[in-house]
Design a protein around this ligand. Structure first.
Ligand code: GLC
Length: 452
């Protein structure tokens, strides 16, 4: 009896997750924004931990923080023009500094020269561009006096015995942390997503009083989509990967700086919602010296890769101390946007095609519409393996131009395959109209490739 009941609860947990993540899985592409005091030292958001900087020595950045050019409307416009549908801002990162007007701390943007609730302005700006909004909230806190310091794995004062803390006082941190989450979910209208970061070692799950936290969150905003990091970090799998998730498992897996080779499925092979979070260069927070930017072409193709494996891409920008997204990031976003404007249909609401990965690129699919993302030019007609007689129509998505579906003389040895080409004669080779990714929309016969 009790086992039956349990099975029912698990089934409904998974059903609720499906319901909650519907928009998320449709939207596919979001903007991650890492911004805080660490934009001033400009050596990344881990600068305190890496360089073992005390709260006192870090204070100089609090005193200087004055982002004169913070205009979240411009951020929102950049995100929207890039084809992104949602955005997640660091309301608090590991350094503990809050970009919102929390009543529970003085360590917040309203007490700096900025004098503003930066989270509120972010939310208003992005919502008014029609984007969904989420907040990143660090479970870790290197500023709070009751967070484990000496002996912790990553705290800036991990080697400093003066920072030995009474573990019994950790409860006070939990009260603070739960209280801030409550503030965010109470004072800022509807939030679409909450992005916790992160669990490690014994700092995981019930150590955060995760069940209680999730229950509170669900009672305030039942629809809110939550990541899986109350249980893990980007390194490990968690119960959201299984068909028997914890109550605090969250709604999606969050692989970091990697695209899972086979997508993510549970033991039974059912797809699990996931979102790869990825930086544009090699840092989350602003790093002046990091010019290792990925090209727009790479971003476009990696977004396609995520979607072809039923996943999302959350692409990061790290605004500078003045509040501006770095120019190289904006340039990449603009180019991605130009492609998305014409080819977004092959991304939004799309997923895995249930066909083997083609040599020339990848497929994404929505119902009977298959999108061939062609990255590599072919010699002769372009091969659609196993699709002979199954393609009703082929068009370049960007301009609607008709392609030829045929079996020209040089393809006759492969009667089980379909072949497409951009022009006649169909036996020739032609350059790709878009060298970043030429998308060909293929209307298939009903259920082609999904027959069994
Ligand atoms: C890591 C880092 C953090 C970053 C996050 C994004 O967990 O600690 O700085 O915010 O990844 O996924």
């Amino acid at each position: 009896m009790s086992q039956k009941k349990e099975a029912k609860t698990v089934a409904s947990l998974i059903e609720q997750r499906l319901e909650r993540t519907k928009w998320f899985l449709e939207d596919r592409f979001g903007m991650f924004i890492h911004w805080g005091l660490y934009a001033i030292p400009a050596r990344g958001e881990w600068v305190r931990s890496i360089e073992k900087i005390s709260v006192e020595d870090y204070q100089v950045y609090f005193d200087q923080f004055d982002p004169q050019r913070y205009n979240p409307r411009e951020w929102a416009k950049a995100a929207k023009d890039a084809g992104m549908k949602y955005a997640v801002l660091t309301a608090k990162h590991h350094d503990g500094f809050c970009l919102f007007d929390s009543q529970l701390t003085d360590y917040k943007s309203t007490n700096t020269k900025a004098g503003r609730d930066l989270v509120r302005e972010f939310l208003e700006a992005f919502r008014s561009e029609g984007l969904k909004v989420g907040l990143y909230y660090s479970l870790i806190d290197w500023h709070h006096p009751d967070y484990p310091a000496y002996g912790d794995q990553i705290h800036p004062m991990r080697e400093n015995e003066k920072y030995k803390r009474d573990p019994l006082h950790f409860d006070r941190y939990l009260t603070y942390m739960h209280g801030q989450v409550r503030e965010l979910l109470t004072n800022y209208g509807k939030l679409d997503m909450m992005w916790f970061d992160f669990s490690y070692g014994e700092m995981s799950g019930e150590k955060w009083q995760a069940t209680k936290l999730i229950e509170m969150m669900r009672s305030l905003q039942p629809h809110i989509v939550i990541d899986n990091r109350l249980e893990v970090n980007g390194e490990r799998s968690s119960s959201v990967y299984s068909s028997n998730p914890q109550l605090y498992a969250g709604d999606f897996a969050s692989p970091e700086q990697i695209i899972p080779p086979q997508g993510i499925t549970d033991e039974a092979g059912n797809s699990i919602p996931w979102e790869a979070c990825v930086t544009l260069n090699n840092n989350w927070g602003y790093v002046a010296a990091d010019a290792t930017y990925k090209s727009a072409r790479t971003i476009i193709r990696k977004l396609v890769e995520c979607v072809s494996k039923n996943g999302n891409l959350l692409l990061n920008v790290g605004p500078d101390a003045q509040g501006e997204i770095p120019r190289p990031s904006l340039q990449i976003l603009e180019e991605v946007g130009r492609w998305m404007q014409r080819n977004g249909e092959s991304i939004y609401g799309c997923g895995q095609a249930d066909l083997p990965k083609p040599d020339w690129g990848r497929y994404t699919r929505k119902g009977n519409t298959l999108y061939a993302h062609i990255f590599e030019e072919s010699i002769g007609p372009i091969n659609l393996s196993g699709l002979a007689g199954k393609v009703k129509q082929a068009r370049t998505l960007a301009d609607g131009a008709e392609l030829f579906v045929s079996l020209p003389w040089n393809a006759k040895l492969y009667p089980n395959d379909a072949f497409i080409n951009f022009a006649k004669p169909e036996s020739y080779s032609y350059p790709l109209p878009d060298s970043n990714d030429t998308v060909v929309e293929l209307i298939l016969e009903d259920n082609a490739g999904r027959e069994q």
